[in-house]
Design a protein around this ligand. Structure first.
Ligand code: BGC
Length: 718
């Protein structure tokens, strides 16, 4: 298709409409999906509606085909619509939330999950998914932490790449893939106090060193689109932030594909107190080179005037339209505007055995065992088990679950029933699942009775779907009072009690950690959550997940992250405050459960790390080696983690930074030598003079089974 020719034939209004993205339900057909974000009166003419370039929020191939057909009949140049959707952790078959996927530390399973989601999405008529979300998050109060890979830029970058590969790779001939859109550019995850849409304020150093790498990784992996964010950076909303979008993304990084705004974020610049009029919003957004405007009509309404006045060039509008047409061409829409949309494929793929199997494996790998006083796994010969809790019979698919349905997801109750037989289960609800629920005496006594009558107990508690996700921030990230009371009572009634936690964020578990004999999190595990949990509980699968984020003792410790600075007065003793040092009087500085932590059903012994040399020159490498031995009675996955500290530098460096990890499966008694190469490029950072380079000097190396433990060995870069 000659897209240059199409462009040359388009009127200015058609071009501006091409850059406008509208909710699918505005395009003349009921699109079925819930609309996200506040829709507003948009001053749209019929001509603009007919020429809109892209759409979001629709459900399914049938609707997609109807909308596309109607659009092609009306569009003066036969330009097909681009269909976009938030496919964040699955389309209809739902895999664990992104935070859980980060806990797998396994990019291969993540890629497989995204490829699965891409197949289903393509069949449903989706062309672009609004993912991966790669915002770095240090504050678990933020509801959108569930969409992220947590607090570490190294892990975040690995997981960003895995998602882009999975979504975009597909099978090109069958077009069973989608374009990915990395978001939210930039630093949205640093919303102050974890409150969604709140102010972000950080130094350029912090932005570049910690927050930008994951977006950059997605771009290096070939992501097709970038979405800007809702937050301020340096006092300027990202939607109109020329430094972030034009300077860094376009000019420095050379990103020449499509950039889209977030939902109505252009016009929100007025509410931010940055711009007074919609026309100014249009001008500032255009000057960033953002191509598509999501669910507002500033370009459509004001760009003509801005061009006439000379503040915007028609060439820049043309460049944006070209980028959108190029994406349509790349996706093959000019050859086949319906692309892979197919009701038959939907039927074949949605919740297929193959897709459910992928989700189950992902859910097993992402679960993290936090505490186990010899309680788990339960024996497969168990005679009776109490399954207690308001979430035990629910399919827990989590926020942003697209076309997924709770009633199609396996609950823990169902998972256990199909593994050992429903007749062995006694069930009690125990409490309400609501955030502010108070303990209910009758419900607790029924639960205690059930617990006493059974050999062992699984308590299914934690966060409901709406307790995390967009707009769902919390001040207090401990468990609701009703749940704490239930755990205490049930654990006292039956010492073989395991607490299974659903959560979209790290929780502060101090209230229950001493009472509950075993605790594990399955996050929001998706369509096969219950079968994965049952396999883990009965030892048919083993825990191998590790925390991608610190679990604090108390919400008041947030933001909390392992790769922090040492301060000039570091705390000498973790559990006792020392006057005039950087500490709290009432809590330790460290979290209750550390980044990189996770138990297994076996135990490992690791030798102290050895370095192959104690000096290194640029161009050389040194090797850090440990030997890991399985000293327990079951097979398990060990994960030695390499952390490095640059002890003195022109800009202060964190006390530890993850620079590598390896997952190895070991049989009982088996041992394995694990080595990490350390090269000069791994020591680079944004230095005081603005370059990205390493600096000679002292480095500490840790190889441990979590962050914030162990004694380092040293080398010098000379
Ligand atoms: C969210 C984006 C999302 C968009 C479209 C916004 O409210 O911030 O992440 O992609 O809605 O649904």
């Amino acid at each position: 298709m000659d897209i240059k020719k199409i462009l040359s034939e388009m009127t200015l209004e058609e071009k501006l409409a091409e850059l406008t993205q509208l909710n699918a339900n505005m395009l003349g057909i009921d699109a079925g999906a819930a609309i996200t974000g506040p829709a507003k009166a948009m001053r749209l003419t019929e001509a603009a509606l007919n020429s809109a370039g892209s759409t979001l929020n629709f459900i399914g191939a049938k609707v997609m085909k109807e909308i596309q057909k109607l659009h092609l009949e009306r569009n003066p140049h036969n330009i097909p619509l681009l269909f976009m959707q938030d496919v964040i952790h699955g389309y209809r078959t739902i895999y664990p939330i992104p935070l859980a996927m980060a806990a797998t530390f396994d990019p291969d399973i993540y890629e497989e999950c995204c490829a699965m989601a891409a197949r289903e999405s393509a069949a449903a008529g989706v062309h672009v998914t609004f993912g991966p979300m790669v915002d770095l998050v240090r504050d678990a109060r933020w509801g959108r932490v569930m969409e992220s890979a947590g607090e570490d830029p190294y892990l975040g970058s690995i997981m960003a790449r895995a998602q882009v590969r999975g979504f975009q790779r597909g099978n090109k001939d069958d077009r069973q893939n989608v374009s990915a859109c990395v978001k939210h550019f930039a630093a949205y995850g640093a919303a102050e106090a974890g409150r969604d849409y709140n102010t972000v304020d950080m130094s350029d150093h912090t932005l570049r060193e910690y927050y930008l790498p994951a977006y950059r990784a997605a771009i290096d992996e070939g992501v097709d689109m970038v979405m800007t964010s809702f937050n301020l950076y340096n006092g300027v909303p990202a939607a109109g932030n020329k430094y972030l979008v034009k300077h860094i993304l376009r000019d420095e990084w050379g990103f020449d594909k499509v950039i889209i705004s977030d939902y109505s974020s252009f016009s929100q610049m007025k509410k931010h107190g940055y711009l007074e009029t919609d026309k100014e919003c249009a001008r500032e957004s255009l000057l960033t080179t953002t191509d598509i405007e999501m669910m507002s009509s500033e370009y459509l309404t004001y760009a003509k005037e801005l061009i006439e006045e000379g503040s915007i060039k028609i060439e820049d509008i043309d460049a944006s339209v070209m980028r959108v047409l190029e994406l349509k061409e790349k996706l093959g829409l000019f050859e086949n505007p319906y692309r892979s949309a197919s009701e038959e494929d939907e039927e074949k793929l949605f919740l297929s055995k193959e897709h459910r199997d992928i989700c189950r494996r992902a859910a097993e790998k992402s679960a993290v065992l936090l505490k186990n006083d010899g309680v788990l796994p339960f024996s497969a010969d168990i005679k009776s088990i109490a399954v207690i809790g308001p979430l035990a019979k629910r399919g827990m698919i989590g926020f942003w679950s697209c076309a997924g349905r709770e009633d199609e997801a396996v609950s823990v109750y169902q998972g256990i029933a199909s593994l050992i037989g429903e007749e062995k289960i006694v069930y009690a609800e125990g409490c309400s699942s609501k955030l502010r629920a108070k303990p209910d005496r009758d419900m607790i006594s029924e639960a205690v009775k059930a617990a006493k009558s059974a050999e062992a107990v699984v308590l299914c508690l934690g966060e409901e779907r709406e307790m995390s996700g967009e707009g769902n921030s919390r001040v207090d990230i401990s468990l609701p009072e009703a749940q704490v009371a239930l755990i205490r009572a049930v654990a006292e009634a039956n010492p073989k009690t395991a607490v299974l936690l659903y959560t979209g964020r790290p929780l502060a578990l101090t209230d229950i950690v001493d009472d509950a004999p075993a605790i594990f999190t399955v996050w929001q595990p998706g369509s096969e959550g219950g079968s994965a949990a049952a396999n883990l509980i009965f030892g048919k699968a083993s825990f191998e997940g590790r925390l991608p984020m610190s679990f604090p003792y108390h919400s008041g410790q947030c933001p909390i992250y392992y790769n922090r600075m040492n301060t000039g007065r570091p705390r000498p003793k973790e559990f006792e405050p020392t006057p005039y040092t950087s500490c709290y009087l009432d809590y330790p500085n460290r979290p209750l459960f550390k980044f990189g932590y996770g138990l297994t059903y076996t135990e490992f012994e690791m030798t102290p790390v050895k370095l192959s040399a104690d000096t290194m020159k640029a161009g050389e490498k040194i090797t850090a080696t440990v030997t890991v031995k399985n000293i327990g009675e079951r097979e398990g996955v060990a994960m030695p983690e390499l952390y490095i500290r640059d002890v003195y530098a022109s800009v202060t460096r964190p006390v530890q930074e993850l620079r590598g990890y390896k997952k190895i499966s070991l049989l009982p008694g088996e041992s394995s030598e694990v080595s990490f190469d350390i090269t000069e490029d791994m020591l680079r950072f944004h230095t005081a003079d603005g370059s990205y380079a390493s600096e000679a000097g002292l480095f500490h190396v840790f190889v441990e089974d979590s962050a914030e433990v162990g004694t380092p060995v040293s080398f010098r870069l000379i």
